[in-house]
Design a protein around this ligand. Structure first.
Ligand SMILES: [Fe+2]
Length: 446
């Protein structure tokens, strides 16, 4: 009895609903900045955050701390705090301490964004949040390799991007005491269909948590207001919790080391062939020319050989720009397996529809083999949607006769993630499964 009372007292003193986790924050290209977020119950407290370069003695106060109250039906109102971390030493580890009423309540060691001259490594996977064994195995494999950052190519939690799902299928997997990944390294999230699919706020009032819990540059195009069903009060609760992010955070750009990243919201409420959106994409691709590596990341793949989702080909309307501006890799998820195309060129047919099956003409660079011939002349398209959720078309990877002409590698019998190591003009890629086995690899050089 006494022990359990002590436990209760200790528990009630715990100030966090979710302990701190690192985010990219609002800065596109400033390697001295990141953000830190955490969630608490619904009673504002005086928090402060201090950072210091690891090994240094002097702490620096990080004064810019804000919070928003998330008060949607079916969830206890709670507070989401965001601290802007500035003055970090690029490429260096830093310690941080979160204090509540001036008492230290959390400490961890993070890593600032690397400089263009540094080597860096990172993990990418999509379609992950199921709270199942494969998701946990991949989290463990990623943690063991010590990435500098992590990226999710959408469908972050199943199946409706709800607060309740983040609490069961995201934070306990990636930011627990046993696997303290997200407090130490920033994770970047691209929005998938399951993150935004629940438009009925009457039925799922706690959906759209992506816009509450992530903090990324708001430098994308203003997207048209989406239609949600539900009462005015439900909509008001979402708008009040998400603020500006609701119509701005789906697409954004950022830099890391010597790479330029463009994250695209590929959900079908947007049409990327329209002048407004393609102008933004082209502006970003122009800006990317100053960087050694150029990556585009989005949830829906342009090129997919799976029977699953085969008829969703709308991202093909963007690929002419990827070729024109020499994008190196286009990363996607949505399809729960791993696929790699040949470096390819694609010209949309004049009568192709905006959505559905988008036919056109292909050309492939088959000289590139990723081993001895490592300079690709055209973009390579990856599907890396095997991050935890149930696999699609498990047999198809072993049946090359069923693959489309553009597919070079296809692994669908095991969950896996993508692992990148970049040093200057050399990129080493490996696809790694739940047991740490390599299921694909290639090298790209400039
Ligand atoms: Fe999806």
């Amino acid at each position: 009895m006494f022990t359990s009372l002590l436990f209760l007292l200790a528990y009630s003193a715990e100030p966090f609903l979710q302990v701190p986790y690192l985010q990219l924050g609002p800065a596109r290209a400033d390697a001295t900045r990141l953000s830190l977020m955490w969630h608490t119950e619904n009673s504002p407290a005086s928090f402060s955050v201090y950072t210091r370069t690891s090994g240094a003695t002097k702490w620096t106060a990080q004064p810019k701390i804000t919070w928003r109250r998330i008060a949607v039906r079916e969830i206890e109102p709670h507070l989401v705090y965001t601290a802007e971390l500035t003055g970090l030493k690029p490429g260096a580890e830093f310690d941080y301490e979160v204090r509540r009423e001036n008492q230290p309540v959390f400490t961890a060691r993070g890593l600032a964004r690397k400089t263009a001259a540094q080597r860096y490594q990172f993990a990418v996977f999509g379609d992950c949040g199921q709270n199942n064994t494969p998701q946990r195995q991949i989290a463990k494999q990623v943690q063991q390799r010590q990435p500098d950052f992590i990226q999710v190519t959408g469908d972050i939690v199943y199946s409706r991007g709800r607060i309740s799902e983040y609490r069961e299928k995201f934070y306990p997997i990636y930011n627990s005491e046993a696997l303290p990944l997200l407090r130490a390294r920033p994770i970047i999230g691209v929005v998938g269909n399951h993150d935004t699919a629940a438009t009925d706020l009457g039925k799922y009032p706690d959906t759209l948590a992506y816009y509450y819990y992530w903090h990324q540059p708001l430098n994308g195009p203003e997207t048209p207001e989406r239609k949600f069903e539900g009462s005015p009060a439900d909509l008001q609760a979402v708008q009040s919790g998400a603020g500006e992010k609701l119509n701005r955070m789906g697409s954004f750009s950022f830099t890391y080391g010597n790479s330029y990243w463009i994250a695209v919201d590929s959900n079908t409420y947007l049409d990327w062939s329209t002048p407004q959106l393609s102008a933004w994409l082209e502006k970003e691709l122009k800006a990317s020319q100053a960087y050694t590596w150029r990556f585009v990341t989005m949830h829906h793949p342009a090129f997919n050989s799976s029977v699953a989702h085969f008829k969703e080909q709308h991202p093909r309307w963007m690929t002419n720009l990827f070729e024109k501006y020499r994008v190196d890799l286009v990363l996607a998820g949505h399809v729960h397996n791993y696929q790699r195309t040949y470096p390819l060129q694609f010209a949309v047919s004049s009568d192709a529809p905006k959505k559905g099956v988008v036919d056109g003409k292909f050309a492939f660079d088959k000289e590139f083999d990723g081993v001895t011939k490592t300079k690709a002349k055209l973009p390579i398209y990856l599907v890396t949607g095997a991050g935890g959720a149930g696999l699609y078309d498990k047999d198809q990877g072993g049946e090359p006769g069923t693959w489309q002409s553009f597919t070079h590698k296809f692994v669908s019998n095991v969950n896996s993630f993508s692992w990148f190591e970049i040093e200057g003009k050399k990129l080493s890629f490996r696809q790694i499964d739940v047991q740490g086995r390599e299921v694909d690899c290639f090298t790209l050089t400039k």
